[in-house]
Design a protein around this ligand. Structure first.
Ligand SMILES: Cc1cc2nc3c(=O)[nH]c(=O)nc-3n(C[C@H](O)[C@H](O)[C@H](O)COP(=O)(O)OP(=O)(O)OC[C@H]3O[C@@H](n4cnc5c(N)ncnc54)[C@H](O)[C@@H]3O)c2cc1C
Length: 472
């Protein structure tokens, strides 16, 4: 047996006992479900979707006007989808990173960055005000280079981040390994105040509790089947009963949108994650990582990873999958090939952790759009708003987009609601089979660029020129 096939066997073996469910939803007991909607009712505001977007919208609407009668519907339980199963990196970026923002909203970036930092502060304040026990910790993030060609890109990132007022430090290989010890690291950019680590499910559950305490009526196990306009406002039909409301919000992320026209703006892609068993003191000593920052690597196909409160490592990303036709189904949240690949990459990054086993493996849907960051819009004569397109960075940005959505629905002309980013739509995606072909070609090209010192092929350069390229 060769050395590499021995390594592959041992990394596969590490998955043998991994439970096929999200660690965050497994390690703490979820709240008792709220009952389904079984009789027709009226409301001032009806919200479809109980992830962060819907919960923040409900909370901020109630904070602004406690007399509003707000009803929130979720097809499953609040926080069961992306919001309860993500990496827990809560970034101040509203634009899926500085590079993507500068590419698309250069003129607005100073304002967007300032709003993003204020938004992160507001999340921290809300967590404290509502007593949300979600291990919120402004630990920062390291973007690490693992190939020499990535070092120049890191220097560019550090320069850009400093220009926008971030606390940033460029680290050489030795300084990087002093923070987190992997033999693969060649350098890093350290961003301090602008990223927090948190427990995503406990944030969702805490927001849900805060909403209930402010009087929001939540109905779980209540899928919205249809939204229509009526004389008084809108009607949301569910299996047993309907909600008639003056205004409504769609906060359904990558799930099939109730408004048909939104199907050309977002695609559901699946992102996969592993979590290890708790590390021993000896293993912790071997990797350092005492400051608990989030880490991601600089490649186009990147991993993101972090420590948990109980000394495990969460390891995800790299292999983002689009399935033909964009189905959203529970069974697609498991992908053995991707989990095996992630395990292999984990031991390549941390060979000193050989023998560590994974306890959880899962995946989840993210709502990608052609600009890779959120958009806010309205339909049905301005009575129905939506916020979608967060891609892989919605833990922080959902609060901001929800705030803008509520401002707009209630006619409040605020600085944030006037931002160009919050008043423009991404370019639409082509229908199948072109959609699938384009996404596969882009994935293949990004992987190739990572293996060719970052050189982008004709396809990626064409996307870049058309304003559709991705660089976070
Ligand atoms: C594996 C993974 C890792 C990620 N890591 C990070 C990270 O570290 N940092 C970061 O910033 N972002 C991350 N993200 C993205 C982030 O989790 C999302 O952007 C964010 O949670 C989106 O929140 P949401 O409320 O819009 O969507 P969701 O949390 O998906 O909520 C949508 C809700 O709508 C409900 N729903 C859908 N259709 C209907 C209907 N017809 N009727 C009623 N209810 C309906 C669903 O049941 C669901 O609860 C990650 C995502 C995934 C999947």
């Amino acid at each position: 047996m060769t050395r590499s096939s021995r390594a592959a066997v041992s990394s596969l073996d590490s998955l043998a006992d991994a439970l096929p469910r999200p660690y965050w939803l497994d390690v703490h007991t979820p709240p008792q479900p709220c009952s389904a909607l079984t009789s027709d009712r009226r409301a001032d505001l009806v919200i479809v979707g109980g992830g962060y977007t819907g919960l923040w919208a409900a909370l901020q609407a109630k904070e602004h006007d406690p007399s509003l009668d707000v009803v929130l519907l979720d097809a499953d339980q609040c926080g069961s989808a992306a919001s309860g199963r993500n990496g827990g990196f809560c970034s101040s970026s509203l634009t899926h990173g500085l590079h993507n923002g500068v590419e698309r909203f250069a003129d607005e970036m100073p304002a967007l960055e300032a709003h993003g930092l204020a938004n992160l502060d507001a999340i921290e304040l809300a967590v404290a005000r509502y007593g949300i026990d979600c291990a919120f910790h402004r630990a920062g993030e390291l973007d690490v280079a693992t190939e020499p060609w990535q070092l120049a890109e890191l220097a560019g990132t550090a320069e850009l981040a400093a220009r926008y007022g971030h606390q940033v430090r460029l680290l050489d290989a030795e300084q990087t390994r002093a923070e987190v010890n992997s033999p693969t690291y060649l350098g890093a950019v350290e961003m301090r105040g602008s990223v927090a680590m948190l427990d995503p499910a406990r944030l969702a559950w805490g927001l849900r509790r805060a909403c209930l305490e402010l009087g929001v009526q939540i109905h779980e196990w209540t899928p919205a089947l249809e939204v229509t306009e009526d004389r008084a406002g809108i009607t949301v039909r569910t299996p047993y009963a309907s909600v008639h409301a003056a205004r409504g919000i769609l906060a359904t992320n990558g799930f099939p949108p109730l408004l048909r026209r939104l199907r050309s703006y977002i695609v559901p892609v699946y992102d996969y994650v592993l979590v290890t068993e708790p590390l021993t003191e000896h293993q912790l000593d071997a990797i350092g990582w005492r400051n608990g920052q989030g880490v991601s690597d600089t490649a186009n196909q990147f991993h993101y990873y972090r420590r948990t409160e109980d000394n495990r490592i969460l390891w995800g990303g790299y292999d983002v999958i689009y399935y033909y036709g964009g189905p959203v189904r529970a069974e697609l949240t498991q992908r053995p090939r991707t989990h095996a690949l992630l395990a292999d990459h984990f031991f390549h990054t941390f060979p000193q952790l050989e023998g560590v086993r994974f306890t959880h493996r899962w995946g989840g849907v993210i709502d990608t759009c052609t600009r890779f960051c959120p958009f806010v819009g309205s339909a049905l004569g301005g009575k129905l708003g939506y916020a979608l397109g967060f891609t892989g960075l919605g833990v922080g940005a959902t609060r901001f987009a929800a705030a803008v959505l509520v401002d707009k629905l209630y006619g409040r002309n605020t600085e944030r609601s006037r931002l160009r980013m919050m008043n423009t739509m991404p370019r639409p995606l082509p229908p199948e089979p072109l959609r699938w072909a384009g996404i596969q070609l882009t994935r293949w090209s990004l992987n190739r660029a990572d293996h060719r010192e970052g050189r982008r092929n004709l396809w990626l350069r064409t996307l870049d020129r058309a304003g559709l390229g991705f660089d976070s």
